[in-house]
Design a protein around this ligand. Structure first.
Ligand code: G3P
Length: 218
């Protein structure tokens, strides 16, 4: 399973890249705003900087909600770096735009996916990735991870090549569940990835090894 970092924060991206386990990054307009990145020129420069750090797929989202605007924006974003994947919302014009981007050989991430039917449309349009939002479904008492599992099953049944990118991952156990249901990618906060390291037996075991070493190596 691939790990993407769900952030536009350069320090966190550098930290995850330095761990050697980072496969890509996903951003969205909210995450860009959180970093205070405003203005088109600054946003494009920020995406390029992320691409240079990661060396893997970087999702950059269009703001337009109409077909022509999405195509215009997506072409510009894709021209910034070969690592850019154009992120497009799962709405009618978005599906049309994904189909067009597929024909243009521009890679896409269909975002804001909350149902199996939406995931079917994304795959039929040729999306590179589909992003079911796990945490936001959990937030309204639905089962976000069950949707990820259903999409994985559907894509395997019908042999769709679209990769299932579990998004809106909130904590470490979500990552474990992604592995269990066979998600292709989990895009996570850095804290959730680091949480995978935590085990009290590792800590106590290491402490004992070091104590024993010191005992005979005074
Ligand atoms: O990948 C999508 C993500 O950024 C949304 O996460 O926590 O705002 O639901 P969240």
């Amino acid at each position: 399973m691939k790990f993407f970092l769900d952030t536009a924060n350069l320090d966190q991206i550098r930290e995850a890249a330095a761990m050697g386990i980072l496969d890509g990054v996903t951003t969205n307009p909210s995450l860009m705003a959180k970093e205070g990145v405003s203005g088109i020129a600054n946003q494009y420069a920020h995406y390029v900087e992320i691409c240079n750090i990661v060396g893997g797929d970087v999702s950059a989202e269009v703001i337009s909600t109409d077909y022509e605007g999405m195509i215009r924006e997506g072409e510009k974003l894709a021209s910034l770096s070969p690592h850019i994947v154009v992120k497009v919302p799962c709405i009618l014009d978005g599906i049309k735009a994904i189909k067009k981007f597929t024909e243009m050989k521009i890679r896409t991430n269909c975002t804001l996916v909350f149902s199996l039917g939406q995931a079917l449309l994304a795959a039929k349009a040729g999306a590179t990735y589909v992003s079911p939002f796990v945490g936001r479904l959990d937030d309204i008492s639905e089962d976000g991870m069950a949707l990820v599992a259903d999409i994985v099953k559907m894509y395997r049944t019908y042999d769709y090549k679209t990769q299932v990118l579990a998004a809106s991952i909130r904590h470490t156990h979500h990552i474990i569940q992604c592995i269990e249901v066979g998600a292709d990618v989990a895009t996570c906060p850095l804290s959730a990835i680091k949480g995978l390291l935590n085990h009290p037996l590792t800590d106590s075991g290491l402490q004992k090894f070091l104590e024993d070493y010191k005992r005979v190596n005074k």
